[in-house]
Design a protein around this ligand. Structure first.
Ligand SMILES: [Zn+2]
Length: 450
């Protein structure tokens, strides 16, 4: 057992090498690494995963027909509900459950999805976090031994991952992080007190939660231990909070683009222009609602291929996010491509009375940029009516805000819309703990978005 743990410790160490500088490597070196991973995962999927065996045979394809990651578009597009309803179709028959870590997505887009990860995927992902932390560790002053607080909706799952890693691999005491996890649904006063007690160097949570926490601290005038850096994933950090952190409080904040379906998709760099994509691990492309490639430079649905995990193989999978690829290289000098910032959960559209669709960011922009709010959530309850819950930055009249929003949204979306506003201290959360900025209860036909 100790031998196995030492083996995986050495495995992590070997994969960790070079990760901090990976983003600066020449593009052709990154492309070669991408191709090696592509060949390996296709060969595995073709031999062991029912979905790809059937799909490739039906199309007369073999792994040799895939010359670049662009050819992954020749595979059928996988939708979330396919994986929700029949996860075993994407499982590798070569890898038994006993050698897997099984995780569930938090289900912000509907029913949770069960994803299996094989041991190499778990430990490679652990090593690939070196790319995310490359921006952060210089701010912490040391590579190991710092204090990290994680505020997450599913403490049990986070604990499960950490326990799994420690069960299978040995971590030298000098190369550990002092980590504490906190529940995202705990009373904010309790969490602030616990953080002040622990004094984390690094704080990780959901973007929406960081917004909520900062708003609470400012409103209550409570003392707050400022970490040296903040990181977030899963949903969007409200723009006013991002500005407050970077410009006023001078606390660096970084988005880590992660999903249970594809860990380590990308990380924000210190120029804060967007998210650098780890496209040698999880290449992604953007498509429209019908699955056609999105026009260059325009936003589209994120379709990702996980080239790392062999236990649940997801190639050409519509993740549920919406984003755009930025055409200009980043001024930081990194070679990895840049995704627009921040990616929002993307199956949330408003269905207007005309039947046209409006992306939720249009509505959310009006809320955040036009009103004195820290955070807001809009729920479309009928084609012409939105219920808004807003966390105000200052004292304000909800009915006046509702009238202003109705006027601006009607003008922008060219429809006759009504809005009601409720002020609150925090936004409602899904059972999984996510804080979607927009929800629609209106049936969505397939049409183009504004
Ligand atoms: Zn950059």
């Amino acid at each position: 057992m100790l031998f196995r743990r030492l083996y995986w410790a050495a495995y992590i160490a070997s994969h960790l090498r070079g990760q901090r500088r990976w983003a600066f490597l020449p593009p052709d070196v990154i492309r070669r690494a991408q191709l090696r991973r592509l060949r390996r995962i296709l060969a595995h999927a073709f031999c062991h995963v029912p979905h790809y065996q059937e799909a490739m045979r039906r199309r007369g394809l073999t792994p040799a027909d895939f010359r670049t990651v662009d050819d992954l578009a020749r595979l059928p597009l996988i939708e979330r509900d396919q994986v929700q309803s029949d996860p075993e179709r994407f499982y590798s028959r070569a890898i038994p459950d006993s050698q897997c870590l099984t995780l569930t997505t938090s289900g912000s887009c509907g029913i949770p999805i069960r994803i299996r990860l094989d041991l190499p995927a778990v430990f490679q992902s652990a090593a690939h976090t070196g790319r995310e932390r490359a921006n952060v560790t210089p701010l912490l002053g040391r590579e190991f031994g710092y204090r990290e607080a994680m505020i997450v909706p599913n403490v049990a799952q986070t604990t499960l991952v950490l326990d799994f890693c420690h069960k299978h691999a040995w971590f030298p005491p000098g190369r550990r992080v002092q980590r504490r996890t906190y529940r995202i649904d705990a009373p904010l006063d309790h969490t602030v007190a616990a953080l002040n007690d622990f004094k984390p160097d690094l704080l990780f949570s959901y973007g929406s939660y960081i917004g909520l926490l900062l708003a609470h601290v400012r409103a209550a005038g409570a003392p707050f231990h400022a970490p040296r850096a903040l990181t977030y994933s899963a949903d969007t950090l409200p723009l006013p909070v991002r500005r407050l952190l970077l410009e006023e409080l001078c606390i660096p904040v970084f988005a880590w683009y992660r999903a249970v379906e594809a860990f380590n998709m990308g990380q924000e760099c210190d120029h804060h222009r967007g998210i650098h994509l780890n496209d040698d691990l999880h290449p992604l492309r953007l498509v429209d609602a019908e699955g056609r490639p999105a026009p260059k430079g325009e936003a589209g649905d994120v379709v990702v291929s996980n080239l790392v995990n062999r236990a649940t193989v997801l190639l050409n999978y519509r993740l549920g996010d919406r984003a755009a690829l930025l055409p200009e290289p980043c001024s930081c000098g990194r070679s990895l491509p840049l995704l627009s910032f921040p990616p929002g959960r993307g199956d949330d559209f408003a269905v207007l009375p005309s039947g046209d669709l409006a992306h939720y960011t249009t509505i959310h922009d009006e809320l955040l940029h036009g009103e004195p709010v820290w955070a807001a959530q809009a729920v479309q309850v009928s084609p012409s009516h939105f219920d808004v819950v807003a966390v105000p930055r200052e004292c304000c009249d909800p009915s006046a805000m509702a009238a202003r929003l109705a006027q601006r949204l009607s003008h922008r979306l060219r429809a006759n819309l009504t809005v009601s506003v409720t002020l609150a201290d925090s936004l409602p959360r899904t059972p999984g703990g996510k804080c979607p900025v927009f929800l629609s209860k209106v049936h969505r036909p397939i049409q183009s978005a504004r």
